[in-house]
Design a protein around this ligand. Sequence first.
Ligand code: SF4
Ligand code: SF4
Length: 578
Amino acid sequence: MSGNEAVARGAWEAGASVGVGYPGTPSTEVLENLVKYEGVHCEWAPNEKVAAEVAGGASLGGVRALVTMKHVGLNVAADVLYTQSYTGVTGGLVYLVADDPGMHSSQNEQDTRNHGVGARVPVLEPSDSQEALEYTRAAFEISERFDVPVIVRLTTRISHGKGLVTAGSRTEVATRPYERDARKYVMMPGNARVRLRDVAARDEALAAYGSTAEVNRAEERSQSLGVITSGIAYQYVREALPEASVLKLGLTVPLPAQLILDFASRVERVAVVEELDRHLTMRVRALGIDVEEVDLPRRGELSPRIVAEAFGAPPLSRRELVDGLPPRPPLLCPGCPHRGLFYALGKVRAVVTGDIGCYTLGTLPPLNGMDSCVCMGASIGMAHGMDLAGSVERPVVAVIGDSTFAHSGLTGLLHMAYARSEGTVIVLDNRTTAMTGHQGNPVNGVFIDGSDAPAIDLDAVCLALGAGSVRTVDPHDLDATLNVLREETAADHLSVIVSKAPCALLIKDHHDPYAVDEELCTKCGSCVRLGCPAISRDENGRAVIDTATCVGCGQCVQVCRYDAIVGVGPSCDLGGGR
Ligand code: SF4
Ligand code: SF4
């Protein structure tokens, strides 16, 4: 199983009744697998905050609940978590949070252990798939035993790496009876101050538990070097430094102080190996332990080789990179509807505040279609702020995906209306949450199990939020899209344009491909500047379409002023890439 599959299995075995989350790589597959088990109701929520609230409500109702997200999603849910830490739980409440060292698919690096410290909730860090399953089970037990939400923190290597797993069976957990307890669950200041005393007592109890808990273990080997580590870094230490004694921490928040002090007293030198922040290093030093300074990178992922080099250990063999492979930069897919929209935005020379989704790839040449991308929902507020600056002569346009609009764009639009904005917001409605693998969302009306769900009426919602107009365009129709864009960016009201066409990967029955008539091609390059991966130039500079890749969206046909792009038919005998 992958780590994500194992977490799903662990939650099911632990008797969880509810799973809820927002898709975000590398966490997405947890809920996609949990939904396959009987006895667990799963949902995608519009954002992580809502997911955390739903899971918290399920816990309050007495059942075990898992809430899933990636690291940046925890920022959205943090408002909930920090107070859930005060209320505690009724049924076990577990947050699965997947960090992404190296930013394989994220806009920042972030160490979720910091949120564990800030919210004063325990953090468990599995080192492989087996532990992902076992720690998830343990997390529910800890949650109920100590009356606290628990974070299970994975990183990309654990989430997506696969390992053999010994699975168990499901423990059916009785629903805990709901009893009204306003002093515990209504966090007005008077109650919160009382609960804070309980939190402090819990901190001490958890730290003592950590020093004896099975998830923390000392592996005694050579006494000359002792390494304190956790998560995937444990695997790297074992490979790079097989002789070293290791204190493997599965529960890193709170710190098991006594266990660490005992371990440090038994070895001559103490070092810490961890990815991302110096979370363990600083806290172990705060215990008065002389932690050796090791030259490990403070960003990105570690590897066995990096760890070996940092300790001057014998070098590990490495596979050499193959020379001469063609570069494969990330690109919008052939037939992607966003390409047509970015083409039109380029024609009006728009400054585009962008958002999180596959359309962020429109930033890259040749489209150069986005000017900013910060976090989910930021595009709308950013566009309004740029208008307030008053320094940009060109139209400022916010673009945001359908799922992202539901996630955190609605309030931005509401604010623009309230602030009397005359700006333009474009919702890129490709009928799915494409970036993370085509999950359902409130706009496309697909539930997590594939069944139909009520789809929100985007037009009605945007008008209700205060948009002066809502117009829908087909982004494959370049002229029509451009005309609407020109009209709405010039309008003296807040405009929403819904750019609506399905993700190219959703379409099973594509149109016939196109090809370039090399006699007619003038080498002007207009079609190449669309950035479709199916179009390239031959050695003479003429455009070439790879008909095996082209899905026949027709966008390039519209930009060729020389009618050189034509349908491929049986009587067609053209040059190019057929
Ligand atoms: S737009 Fe037409 S003429 Fe220009 S390079 Fe492409 S196929 Fe050739
Ligand atoms: S029709 Fe043109 S733009 Fe569309 S997929 Fe084919 S080559 Fe790409």
